[in-house]
Every structure is written in structure tokens, then in C-alpha cells.
Design a protein around this ligand. Structure first.
Ligand SMILES: [Zn+2]
Length: 89
């Protein structure tokens, strides 16, 4: 059994979803920055999980619940990284 933060998975899914329609850099560094900023503004949701698959499904289920706060946090994070990308060019 492992303890995982389900919020990480939710933020990952949300970030990918939003970025499909947003003109923002999608390099690894920027994606990580977006997830870090969003996660720092959201409460952790720890769950015990023996399988990665369960972890993934849990993320999907939680997304269908009240996720306005998560949407806002991810959108803010994307805007911050979009305006101030930290990647090396
Ligand atoms: Zn980038």
C-alpha cells in the first residue's frame, strides 16, 4: 500500500484539459511549474492506494465532484506560467 496525494492526479488531468484550449508553452518545465503552483494553492487529498490504476480512477471520480476551486487554482497557475515562463531558451 502506498499513500498518494489524489490532488496531484486531479491537477494533472485538469492542466492537460485546460492547456488544450490555451496558447501556453507546454514544455516539461512549464507543465511542472503549473502543477506546482496549483498544488501549493490546493489542499492535499491523501488516499491509500495499492494500484496506480485506482489512483487514476479516483482522480476521474473526484473531478466530477465540486471542483470549482481546483479549476480556479489551475487556471491561475497557467496564467502565471504563461506570463512568466521559467524555462531556459
Ligand atoms: Zn516552457
Amino acid at each position: 500500500m502506498a499513500i498518494v496525494n489524489a490532488m496531484e492526479k486531479i491537477v494533472e488531468i485538469k492542466t492537460e484539459e485546460f492547456l488544450e484550449n490555451i496558447d501556453c508553452c507546454k514544455c516539461e518545465q512549464c507543465l511542472e511549474n503549473i502543477k506546482c503552483i496549483a498544488l501549493n494553492n490546493l489542499p492535499a487529498k491523501y488516499v491509500s492506494s495499492s494500484k496506480g490504476e485506482l489512483f487514476s480512477r479516483l482522480g476521474q471520480i473526484m473531478i466530477k465532484q465540486n471542483t470549482v476551486d481546483i479549476d480556479v487554482a489551475v487556471m491561475n497557475a497557467i496564467n502565471i506560467v504563461k506570463e512568466h515562463p521559467r524555462h531556459n531558451k
